[in-house]
Design a protein around this ligand. Structure first.
Ligand code: KIV
Length: 298
């Protein structure tokens, strides 16, 4: 009987660990990893309930919710603020904190100091943009016991250098260089590689070349996982729709309709109704002389 009860218990999902993520290669039989961004507690709760493996508190917060043109305006303190909000939701997902621009460019010491702030805010690992030239920072982070996801390909913090958000690795030489960068970051200790904005064959080349998982965004179907921005998935971001986005909802239109209905209800006197009001007890009405003073007094 006791055994039967044990078997009936719903399995509680546990948060995927860094070693488990590191071992998640599709070619070895793993399911693809699923990651979405989240920047606040409600979206972290939704992502967790939906069963994603990882939540990225990305510096895309700057563009998606803070109204900036690029991610480069985002500061460490802002990242800390958003990571704390996500962590407070206690999602059943690994939280990756994104190192913003200029938080890992000056020195290894500076990098570890900034990354530690993201970890103390509630992230389990950090993401860092760039390849070989970041190896000293990668080593310092690994030495400080901070797991690192490296971000290669289209790195949004290189917006000015790239001349915009440009697909990378379009020529054979660039594609081969990218494979070299990925191998270098794997050898340097990265536990996974986020690959953004590269042709699908390049996503495949990189994925085949490394034994840590690749998580793609606009990098084709051969990657070991996929990530999308939360607001793109639910259709709340309606200003740009990059080719790689698949939208599963119409949150922007839905919310406009809902807020417009509220606006109309208030203006027409339809809100609040009795269901949304704290109705006074009879004694209070009596004490206030509200009975019998007119046709509507009851
Ligand atoms: O900051 C972010 O959200 C990202 C995504 C593009 C994956 O890096």
């Amino acid at each position: 009987m006791a055994e039967a009860n044990k078997a009936d218990k719903p399995k509680t999902r546990s948060v995927i660990t860094v070693p488990q993520i590191r071992a998640s290669k599709v070619r070895n039989g793993s399911e693809p990893l699923v990651m979405v961004t989240a920047y606040d507690a409600p979206s972290a709760r939704v992502a967790s309930e939906a069963g994603v493996d990882l939540i990225l508190v990305g510096d895309s917060v700057g563009m998606v919710v803070l109204g900036h043109k690029t991610t480069m305006e985002v500061t460490v303190d802002e990242m800390v603020h958003h990571i704390k909000a996500v962590a407070r939701a206690r999602p059943k997902a690994h939280i990756v904190g994104d190192l913003p621009w200029m938080s890992f460019h000056l020195s290894p010491i500076d990098t570890v100091t900034n990354a530690a702030k993201l970890i103390r805010a509630g992230a389990t690992s950090v993401k860092m943009e760039g390849g070989r030239k970041r190896l000293p920072m990668l080593k310092a982070l690994i030495d400080a016991e901070i797991p690192v996801m490296c971000h290669l390909g289209l790195t949004p913090q290189s917006y000015n250098v790239m001349g915009g958000f440009k697909i990378q690795g379009r020529e054979a030489e660039a594609a081969n260089l990218l494979v070299g960068e990925a191998k270098a970051m794997e050898a340097g200790g990265a536990y996974s590689i986020l690959l953004e904005g590269v042709p699908d064959v390049v996503g495949k080349m990189v994925t085949e070349a490394v034994s840590v998982p690749t998580i793609g965004i606009g990098a084709g179907s051969a990657c070991d996982g996929q990530v999308l921005v939360y607001h793109d998935v639910i259709g709340l971001e309606n200003r740009f729709k990059p080719r790689f986005v698949r939208s599963y909802g119409t949150a922007y239109d839905d919310q406009v309709r809902q807020i417009a209905q509220f606006t109309s209800d208030v203006r027409t006197g339809n809100f609040p109704g009795p269901d949304e009001s704290y109705l006074a007890k009879d004694e209070l009405k009596e004490a206030l002389g509200l009975y019998g003073s007119g046709p509507d007094s009851q």
